[in-house]
Design a binder for this molecule. Structure first.
Ligand code: ZN
Length: 199
């Protein structure tokens, strides 16, 4: 009853569905089916210029579905971040950790990205991107690709440290990000790609 607001409205709807000769059950299903909350950032994350595996990690991160250590307590592993002593959560790993802070600090130095210091979570970063990346010029593509690639590189560095005990080198990570953005922009805007490496 709460679904309709009143008994009268409930009866009115039931009567309407009953009179739909065979289509009433479909109308009732659409009325009662649970609807997922809209994902305003979906178009930004799942766009053709971003490498699918980068989109996938970014998407899981935004939904807080990445298996950070706070989410795998059942495996009896330590909850602390592999790069520091804080608890490893998505928010900590991508923006709270000193290690990732240093990665973002260098990425922010790319003249073309204009990534704001106020972006301190994946959601706030996506909010910025949604506003900044409207349109189809090379800078807008580069911003999307760089953000998704940086998130992927951080996740990848974290996994290599945990599973292979490989200490990440920030300069190498940033170089990989820059090369990836350059290649993507070059494929779409060959005349502008040089501005990625020589702004
Ligand atoms: Zn940390």
């Amino acid at each position: 009853m709460l679904h309709f607001g009143s008994v009268e409205l409930a009866i009115a709807n039931l009567t309407k569905w009953y009179g739909l000769s065979g289509k009433g059950s479909a109308a009732a299903y659409h009325c009662f089916r649970p609807r997922a909350a809209p994902r305003p950032w979906a178009n930004v994350v799942w766009c053709a210029s971003i490498t699918p595996k980068h989109s996938f990690i970014l998407w899981l991160g935004i939904l807080s579905k990445l298996r950070t250590r706070n989410r795998i307590k059942y495996l009896k592993v330590e909850e602390s971040c592999i790069f520091c002593t804080e608890k490893e959560t998505v928010v900590h790993l991508f923006f709270g950790c000193t290690f990732t802070f240093n990665v973002w600090s260098i990425v922010r130095e790319f003249e073309w990205i204009g990534f704001p210091r106020a972006a301190t979570t994946l959601k706030s970063a996506l909010k910025w991107l949604k506003k900044e990346a409207r349109g189809s010029c090379w800078r807008q593509k580069a911003k999307k690709v760089a953000l998704a690639c940086t998130v992927y590189q951080i996740w990848s560095a974290r996994n290599r440290k945990i599973f292979e005990n490989e200490t990440p080198r920030i300069a190498e990570m940033v170089l990989k990000i820059k090369i990836h953005v350059y290649k993507t922009v070059f494929a779409l805007f060959p005349q502008s790609a040089l501005q990625i490496v020589h702004p």
